[in-house]
Write a protein that binds this ligand. Structure first.
Ligand code: PGA
Length: 249
């Protein structure tokens, strides 16, 4: 199992040509290391095309969302089975943008987590507190609730990852301090140990991670990778983050 997972969340960016160009640049990287897994999560429309382009053992592909039902009358939705059929291995579930703009609740997120894991996808469950939560001292309470409800009924953790993404640090250029990241990742790790026993679940940090701060963040204990938004659209920055992880192995 790799030591770090460096994941790019492209959000609603890139047309297909742009996506191919970025993917080509990443895929051509000379210093791939089996200790660090590289994952990109482009928009749904590109996944099938990109899986034809890459060696999936070098660059893994993931989706940014999924519906929990396998098929049916759910206009506009995409199922786990559809993702698997185009070479998609991962899915991000419960991103704060989905929670806030699309009203995704912990209950809905839990259905997605359970069904994606059952379908055989690898799940990155995102959790994180708002600035208000943090300032009112409620960070751990909010994270505990997101974890408890989001992971209800989950027993097998081999395909599960958690991404801690403080909402106030996403796309804002603000990163949490090393102390905040360290304390919070420890809290999450303790929760997972209690919930699952001896656990090997990777905990990623997300929120304005970039080429400059990646090495410091990735060196904090209990940080096993990054979920990167803005900087993942620039191959040079994303590769530099990837390289920081290699240097720490
Ligand atoms: P950011 O986004 O790196 O642009 O802050 C991270 C994310 O939303 O996953």
């Amino acid at each position: 199992m790799s030591k770090y997972l460096i994941a790019g969340n492209w959000k609603m960016n890139t047309n297909l040509d742009e996506a191919k160009k970025i993917t080509d640049e990443l895929h051509g990287y000379k210093d791939f290391d089996s200790e660090v897994e590289m994952l990109i999560c482009p928009p749904f429309t590109h996944i099938g095309f990109l899986s034809e382009l890459v060696d999936l053992s070098r660059v893994s592909l993931g989706a940014q969302n999924v519906h929990y039902e396998p098929k049916g009358a759910y206009t506009g939705e995409i199922s786990n089975e559809m993702l698997l059929s185009v070479g998609c291995e991962y899915v991000i579930i419960g991103h704060s943008e989905r929670r806030s703009y699309f009203n995704e609740t912990n209950e809905l997120i839990n259905k997605k987590v359970v069904n994606s894991l059952n379908a055989g996808l690898r799940v990155i469950l995102c959790i994180g507190e708002t600035l208000e939560d943090r300032e009112s001292g409620n960070t751990n309470k909010v994270l505990e609730e997101q974890l408890t409800k989001g992971l209800l009924g989950v027993e097998e953790t081999i395909n599960l990852k958690i991404a801690y993404e403080p909402v106030w640090a996403i796309g804002t250029g603000k990163t949490a301090t090393s102390e905040q990241i360290s304390e919070t990742h420890k809290f999450i790790s303790n929760f997972l140990n209690l919930r699952f026993g001896d656990n090997i679940i990777k905990i990623l940090y997300g929120g304005s991670m970039n080429a400059e701060n990646a090495k410091d963040i990735l060196s904090i204990s209990n940080v096993n990778g990054g979920l990167i938004g803005g900087a993942s659209l620039k191959p040079e920055s994303f590769l530099s983050i990837y390289n920081s992880a290699i240097e720490l192995c």
